[in-house]
Design a protein around this ligand. Sequence first.
Ligand SMILES: [Zn+2]
Length: 228
Amino acid sequence: MKRAVVLSSGGIDSTTVMAMAQAEGYEVYSLSFNYGQRHAWELQAAERVAKALGVKEHLILDLDLKKIGGSALTDAIEVPKGRSAEEMAKGIPVTYVPARNTIFLSYALAWAERLGAADIFIGVTAIDFSGYPDCRPEYIRAFEQMANLALKAAVEGRLSIRIHTPLIEMTKADIIRKGLELGVDYRLTHSCYDPSAEGKACGQCDSCLLRKKGFHEAGLADPTRYVS
Ligand SMILES: [Zn+2]
């Protein structure tokens, strides 16, 4: 069976990507990071998802990006609430984590080489997204090129790395519909940047608003537990 490393945050996008990779016949190795994010809920969600989808192995790596800071997700910076779609479309928000996807993909690359897996999946989207530069197609293409120059297995011709971004042109509603078609249970997932102590979603951060909009546009009931 061909192996794939899938980056998993326990959210809608990465969970859907995982189901898509499995539907394409890949044996999935999911990778999550304990990187000093504000809360542990997303890691718990990633574990629930890995179990429910029956991945081959789920690896959680510890990276202390809190020591670097510079983001509302890892530092004492307030998570923006109640932003409109227009506001979200303008510029890169403070929830951007410096070089996060480059860091995550680099670890995925190391694990892929170790596993002999040519395929890495990441749930980035360039449609309903928050303006992060490391979610754009030109970035992904450049990373893939770099990867094939960086690995021993690639240089020796044994592995040709492909970075798969099956969601890149999908809206949140398309993603949710696709996942439901593949049997994904979105109750397992977590999206909120700033949940309550009990793990309820705030309903107002960009991630919550995009999630709500996705369910609304897909014409589906949102199974998320919100604070209000
Ligand atoms: Zn939220």
